[in-house]
Design a protein around this ligand. Sequence first.
Ligand code: AHR
Length: 328
Amino acid sequence: MKTKFLTGIAMLGALALVAAGCGSDSDSGSGSGGGSGDTIKVGFAQTGSESGWRSANTENMKQAFSKENGFDLVFNAADNDPAAQIAAVRSFINQRVDAIVIAPIVEDGWDDVLQEAADADIPVVLEDRTVTSSDDLYASWVGDDFKKEGETAGQWAADNFGDTPTKMVVLEGTTGSAPANDRAEGFDSAIGGTQIEKIDSQTGDFTRDGGKKVMEGFLQKYGVDGIDLVFAHNDDMALGAIEAIEAAGGKPGEDIKIVSIDAVHDGMQALVDGKINFIVECNPLLGDYAADLVKKVLDGTDVDKQNYAEDGSFTQDQAKEVIDSRPY
Ligand code: AHR
C-alpha cells in the first residue's frame, strides 16, 4: 500500500498528529525497545553531505531520532561511497542495533546486506532514496516522488520552450541513484514530442562543485550562445552552473534558463534573484515520519510499504512570497 503525507508547515501539523498516535502505540506495545519505553538504538546510514538538501535532511533526522524522543542514534555519513555505506550497515548489524534506517546512495547492490539484517532480525526502514531489492527485505520506505518531480520540471520546460527549438544540457545527480534515474525518466517523458533537444548530459554528483565543473565543460564546448536551457537534478548543481555561466560572461536565468529540483534556501534565493527560472520542491523533512515508522515496526503495528511526501513547485514570483517562511 502507498501513503501520501503533507509537506512544509502543513506537514509539521500532520506529523505532530502522527507522533501523538505513535506515543500511545509505544506505551501499550512490546518488543525490542519499540514499545516498552526503553531507548531504541537506531543505526542511520546517511549518503554523505553532498548538498544543502542533505544538510537539512541530516539535521531533521537527528532531531527526530533524539534522546528526548526515546532514541539512541548511531549516525554514519558515507561520503557518497556505496561500499562504505554497506560497511556501515554491516557494522550496525554487528552492534545489534534495534533498527536500521538507510538513505541508499545508489539503488543496486543491497540484496546481501538487507538479507543479513533480516537474518539478524533487525528491521530496516528506507528513508529518502529507494533500492531495486525486493520490498520483502525492508519494512517500509518514506521519501519524495522523484519521477513526479522530474515530470513537473519537464512539464514546465515543455510549456515554456516546447514550441521553440531549444538546446538543453542536463546536470545529472549521482549515477545509479534513485533521484537521478527517476528525475531523468520523468523529465524526458514530459518533454517528449517537443522541440527541446538534449544536446549533452553528465553527472555533477549532486554537488555545487560538480555542477560548476560540468557546466564549465558544456560552456567550453557549446558557448553561452549554444545553450538555451539547463535541467539540474538539484539546486546545488544549478548554483554551480550559475557560477560557471557568470564566469563565462553570460546571465543565468536570462541568456540560459535554469530549472532545478529541491527548493533549499540558496536555490530559492537564486530563484528570487532571477538566476533560476523554476524549482520543483523535494522535501527533506522526513525525520518525524521515519521515526514514527521505526516505532511502529518495532511495535508490530502494520505500516504501508511506501510513504510519499507531497511536493510543490515555485516560479520566481511564488518564491518571493514564500522564501521567508520556509523552514530550510
Ligand atoms: O535524494 C535526494 C537528493 O539527494 C536531493 O535532491 C539532492 O540534493 C540530494 O543530494
